[in-house]
Every structure is written in structure tokens, then in C-alpha cells.
Write a protein that binds this ligand. Structure first.
Ligand code: ADP
Length: 505
């Protein structure tokens, strides 16, 4: 049985007869604690052992909910909260650009039992999606969170469609047996449609988004409830009071120190993450008493171009591409899970591979033209020409292509066990991108329940604190399936907005 946050019960500082909401809204920007002289109930910084800089400060502004982060999770939370009636919401972003790592999500959004699958006669079930997600994470994910995500995935697809973001082009990602990875109609990278679409919806609703506004510390009262957040906005420190703070701060991939704190073996890896992915949410939440789980579960992605840290989307392999080593030989089932493909790649000469494909794959995946214009694609007029450019034996590469083509053309059994996403490469132009593993996704994080409440080590919700998206842990276990990050941020981003709006109604 989950506990519903009840502010009237947990907030010993709220005068009787007032809910936390009416209290904060009523006192407003005058500063609740200062006005009432409730020194003992003043908000305090949640840093363990830190100075109590916020201790006697009043709130500079107050909100129903403060959402930290403008990735898919944060923006979805803001829209959902607004649409459920929460009017006084603000979204904070520490960078000068909105969208976080969501901007770079490429493959798509996994979802099951969707109207788009049904229209394309793709049979699927939420149970199968959940089973394959748990299997992909080697059964270390939280079953309840995973089932919740899968059960609500079709609803999230409908919701995005209603916001003018139709994801109706469906493909496969590694570890999934059914086409359930939903992409924009033209097959382009999902993040570049999702972020502008969500931002447009936020703007249409008049929800304020404050850029260059970095959240630095959660503010708590004597009972341990979160009552606001300290920010640095364009160099100015402020305390923002809030009945609910939603952390949607994304992961830690751009913070080498934090990465190696949890995973010393990942020192020196390139990262696909944007510079703002520095793990701030983990530190803030932990200091406020939240439990962090599975923090050593940091996913490396097998197809990252190393000079530019460009992620070559899994949809490229899903659309038919193969991986060959420096000798021109395939070495693994390209559609296996990311952890296994990465490990196999690291065993190859030089620890890298070439992601190789023909014109059909190129044309069916809009992201490839972008990789090409970034100068990371090597082009050959045919297999032999490409082999020469890659310094491989043309006969070896041709034999690799012939054997791969035979899986589809002749029904041959693949020696590496690939059964998904196989095609017959057509004669003519061939392409390759040099790839190796890179740090990609933080799978561990803040422990939450299906109400997105941040939980302490005993499993109790921390009043006033919620989290959604990559900053949370437990959904992906020790290996995230491609396409499941966007499902996670959309399902739980929408959910947390609705939960908070209902809790504060
Ligand atoms: P998700 O996929 O979970 O939505 P993203 O990486 O897409 O995560 O977005 C998280 C956003 O949160 C990024 O834009 C990042 O810059 C922002 N962010 C991270 N830490 C802070 C912070 N301390 N204050 C404000 N914004 C933050």
C-alpha cells in the first residue's frame, strides 16, 4: 500500500487549520517563516554537514511546484501538472539550452498495445514488454515500476499525440522481440521532435521556464519535509518555496568525478551526455534523506563515434546495419542488449567496430544524414571500395556481407544468433561509421514508488520531494533497453505532474 503525501500531517510548522498549500500561498512572497517568526520551523539547507546558509533566509518566491530540469521528464511533468489544474508551477534549467540529454535521444520511445502498433498489425502486450524489459536488465529492475511503465506506455503515446507529437513510425531495438520503438513519422531522431513539441506545449500554457537557473540545495523543515529549493539564477542566490519539488535533473555522465566514484573502471571513457548532466539531483536528494539505488549501474552504449562523442542510434542496427571488426568480420548479434554488444566490441582488435550499412538503411533513418554531414560516415561505391577505404580485405568483407544477406535471402541461420532487423544489403553504395563504447545512461538513482515520491532507506516518502526520469533508479536494472529511456521519462514525467497536482488539489 502506498502512502499518499499528506502535507497537513507531516508539516508541524503549518499553523493548524491550514494545509501547507494555503499556508505558503497565503503568506506568499513575504516569506512564510520570517513573517510568522517561526525560527524553529525555518527552512534549512539539506546538505549533510554543510553550512546552514539557508537557515534563517526567507523564501524569495513561492510556488505550488518547482520542477528542476527541462528534459523530457521535467517538461512533461509541467504540462501534466498544469493540465490537472496546478497553476503556480515553474520549471528551472541551469543551462542556456533546454532539453538536456533528451535532445539527443535517438532511437525512439518503446511502448506496447498502442494505437499505432494496432494500425500496423503489430501484436504486442504490456506483459511481454515488461518481461523483455526485466530480462534486458537481467531481472535487477523493480518489477512494480517496470509494469507501471509498460502499462502506461500506450497512454503516454496517446498523450504525446494529443500534444501534437505523433510517434507513429515503429522500429525495433536490441533486446525487444516486437516492433515497439515509436519514432516521429519521418523516422528521425525522437529527441529533436520531442523537446520542441513539449516546449511548445509548455509555452502555450504560459508555464514559466527559467533558464540559467541552477538548483543547488533542497530546503527542508524540522520534520525533514522538503519545503523549497535554493537556486543560483544568473549569479544571484534565491530561496524558492514550494509545496512540491520535482527533481528531473537527468544523469551524471558529464561528471567524470562522479562517474568514477561509482564506477572507477569507466575512467577515460567518452560520454554521449550534454555538459549539464552532472548528477546534481543525486546529491541534492541524498542530502535531503533520499536513498540512491544501483548507482554503479552506468550504461555504456556500444555505438559511439569517439572523436565527436556522437551516438549512432540503435535504430540504425534495427534497420539492418551490422557491426564488423577491423578485419571485416562480424563478431556478435548486433541486436543483443547494449551491455553484451559493448563487451563483445571491446574484445575486438583495437576495441572498436565499424557500423556498416547500405543505401536502404541510410534512407530509412533520418539521423544518418546528420552523421554524414558531421563528417563521421565513410562512403564506398560498393563493398570492395568501402573495404579499401577501411583498410580491410575486400574478399573478407564481401564474404561477411554475403553471409549476412543469406539470413534473409535464404533463411540461413546466423552464426551469431541474430534474428531481428536483418535485411539484404543491395548492390551499390555502402557506408560505415567507426564506433566504440561510451558512457551513456545512469540507470541507478533516486529510489521512487509509482507515485514518483522520493523514498528514504526505509521506503518512506520524503514529504514534498518527487523525482522523475534519468535521475531515478530501479526501472532499468543493470541494463537499459534502447527506447526505454524515453518511455521512462514520458510515463513517469506525466505521472509525477498528475500525482503532484492531485496531492495539492
Ligand atoms: P530526463 O531525460 O530525465 O528528462 P535530461 O537530461 O533530458 O533528463 O534533462 C535534465 C535537465 O536538467 C538538463 O537540461 C539539465 O541541464 C538540467 N539540470 C541538471 N541539474 C540541474 C540543476 N541543478 N538545476 C537546474 N537544472 C538542472
Amino acid at each position: 500500500m502506498e502512502t499518499k503525501t499528506d502535507f497537513t500531517k507531516t508539516d508541524s510548522c503549518v499553523p493548524s487549520g491550514l494545509t501547507r498549500r494555503s499556508f505558503l500561498v497565503g503568506v506568499g512572497a513575504l516569506g512564510a517563516w520570517a513573517v510568522l517568526g517561526l525560527n524553529g520551523c525555518a527552512p534549512s539547507g539539506a546538505s549533510k554537514g554543510g553550512d546552514d546558509a539557508a537557515g534563517s533566509d526567507a523564501m524569495d518566491e513561492t510556488f505550488d511546484a518547482v520542477i528542476v530540469g527541462t528534459g523530457g521528464a521535467g517538461l512533461s511533468a509541467a504540462i501534466a501538472a498544469h493540465d490537472k489544474g496546478l497553476s503556480n508551477v515553474v520549471v528551472l534549467e541551469k543551462m542556456g539550452v533546454a532539453g538536456g540529454n533528451t535532445n539527443f535521444s535517438s532511437s525512439g520511445m518503446n511502448a506496447s498495445e498502442t494505437k499505432f502498433q494496432k494500425a500496423q498489425d503489430i501484436e504486442d502486450s504490456n506483459e511481454l514488454f515488461a518481461t523483455e524489459t526485466l530480462d534486458g536488465g537481467h531481472n535487477t529492475g523493480d518489477e512494480e515500476l517496470v509494469q507501471f511503465m509498460c502499462d502506461n506506455s500506450a497512454g503516454a503515446i496517446d498523450w504525446l499525440d494529443s500534444l501534437g507529437i505523433p510517434l507513429d513510425n515503429i522500429t525495433l531495438t536490441g533486446g525487444m522481440s516486437v516492433k515497439r520503438c515509436h519514432r516521429p513519422t519521418d523516422g528521425s531522431a525522437v529527441g529533436l521532435t520531442l523537446v520542441p513539441g513539449l516546449m511548445a506545449a509548455v509555452n502555450e500554457r504560459g508555464i514559466p521556464v527559467r533558464m540559467n537557473c541552477e538548483a543547488t540545495e533542497l530546503l527542508t523543515d524540522d520534520s525533514g519535509a522538503v519545503v523549497g529549493i535554493k537556486v543560483n539564477e544568473n549569479g544571484k542566490e534565491k530561496n524558492l518555496g514550494a509545496q512540491a519539488v520535482i527533481l528531473a535533473t537527468g544523469g551524471l555522465g558529464a561528471n567524470q568525478e562522479m562517474v568514477t566514484k561509482y564506477r572507477p573502471d569507466l575512467a577515460g571513457y567518452v560520454t554521449t551526455n550534454q555538459p549539464g548532466a552532472t548528477g546534481d539531483g543525486y546529491v541534492m536528494a541524498e542530502n535531503a534523506g533520499a536513498e540512491l539505488i544501483q548507482m554503479d549501474q552506468i550504461q555504456i552504449h556500444p555505438t559511439v563515434e569517439q572523436e565527436t562523442s556522437t551516438l549512432v542510434a540503435e535504430g540504425v542496427r534495427g534497420g539492418g546495419a551490422i557491426l564488423v571488426n577491423a578485419d571485416g568480420n562480424r563478431f556478435f548479434d548486433e541486436m543483443s542488449t547494449r551491455d553484451k554488444v559493448s563487451a563483445a566490441e571491446q574484445e575486438q582488435p583495437g576495441g572498436y567496430a565499424w557500423c556498416m550499412f547500405d543505401q536502404q538503411v541510410y534512407d530509412n533513418n533520418k539521423a544518418i544524414a546528420k552523421y554524414d554531414s558531421a563528417g563521421i560516415v565513410t562512403t564506398g561505391s560498393d563493398v570492395a571500395d568501402l573495404a579499401q577505404k577501411l583498410d580491410m580485405d575486400p574478399a573478407t568483407l564481401q564474404a561477411t556481407v554475403d553471409a549476412y544477406n543469406a539470413i534473409t535471402a535464404d533463411g540461413a541461420t546466423d552464426e551469431f544468433g541474430r534474428t531481428e532487423g536483418c535485411i539484404v544489403f543491395e548492390p551499390g553504395a555502402m557506408y560505415a561509421i567507426k564506433v566504440a563504447p561510451g558512457i551513456h545512461h545512469a540507470m541507478g538513482g533516486i529510489r521512487i514508488n509509482t507515485r514518483n515520491e522520493a523514498l528514504d532507506a526505509d521506503g518512506n516518502p520524503i514529504p514534498g520531494l518527487y523525482a522523475a526520469g534519468e535521475v531515478t533508479g530501479g526501472i532499468h536494472g543493470n541494463n537499459r533497453i534502447g527506447g526505454n529511456a524515453v518511455c521512462d521519462i514520458e510515463v513517469f514525467g506525466k505521472n509525477v505532474g498528475e500525482v503532484v497536482a492531485e496531492a495539492l488539489a
